[in-house]
Design a protein around this ligand. Structure first.
Ligand code: ATP
Ligand code: MG
Length: 202
């Protein structure tokens, strides 16, 4: 019997997408033998309701540009095209129901900061049944914190040490606002798009 296909899901606001996201996805791809990593930009992120978020369309375009030169990275409009707030549980249900993803094992890739919040997501118990988690290193977060999570979630977490890139979208937005360089932190096409559209200036 052939092995089940493994697919990574990289969810995020991607405001903007940066090299930390790309490195995390690439390391997970190699370590777990994933056939593909699907980047899923959130439509309306429920946990970022009180902050200004760039339009879904612009965040989607940046994700497409950032992943264009990598054959095993794709970008999905699944959350952007869905009305209302974006919940991971809805995305997993949709992906599981798609004929092309029949019999696939899904690996949700998250930084160690995000993995610690999973129990606050909508329907965490059902999420845990639908995918495994790849918890990649993130600057400032230790793998020890995972031990504080409930056992049924911990059973689904695969810790993955990756080279630390201490980059966050928050810091990138702050750098742009204060006129500092973001070169080498994001793909060149993303940097050019941000400048062309005057994103994150205010
Ligand atoms: P923000 O500062 O706006 O929260 P962010 O850089 O954390 O932005 P998100 O879109 O919130 O980016 O994150 C999407 C996913 O990518 C999360 O699971 C997050 O932990 C992970 N991630 C973000 N930056 C890195 C990084 N530098 N290294 C590894 N993982 C990262
Ligand atoms: Mg974040």
């Amino acid at each position: 019997m052939s092995e089940r296909r493994k697919i990574g899901i990289m969810g995020g606001t991607f405001d903007p997408i940066h090299n930390g996201h790309l490195l995390a996805a690439d390391e997970a791809h190699a370590a777990l033998g994933l056939s593909e990593v699907i980047f899923v930009p959130t439509g309306q992120p429920p946990h970022k309701a009180n902050q200004k978020v760039t339009s879904a369309e612009e965040r989607y375009i940046m994700a497409e540009m950032a992943t264009a030169n990598c054959p095993y990275f794709t970008v999905s409009r699944i959350e952007i095209d869905r009305a209302g707030e974006s919940y991971t549980i809805d995305t997993l249900r949709t992906l599981h129901s798609m004929p092309e993803y029949k019999d696939v094992l899904f690996y949700f890739i998250t930084g160690l900061d995000a993995v610690l919040n999973i129990m606050t997501w909508k329907n965490p118990e059902e999420i845990i049944q639908m995918c495994s988690f790849v918890a990649v290193s993130r600057y400032g977060y230790s793998h020890n914190r995972v031990e504080l999570l409930p056992q049924d979630l911990r059973d689904k977490i695969i810790p993955l040490e990756i080279p630390l890139l201490a980059i966050s979208s928050t810091e990138l937005r702050e750098r742009i606002r204060t006129g500092r360089s973001i070169k080498f932190m994001v793909p060149a096409a993303v940097e050019q798009f941000i400048m062309k559209k005057s994103l994150y200036k205010h």
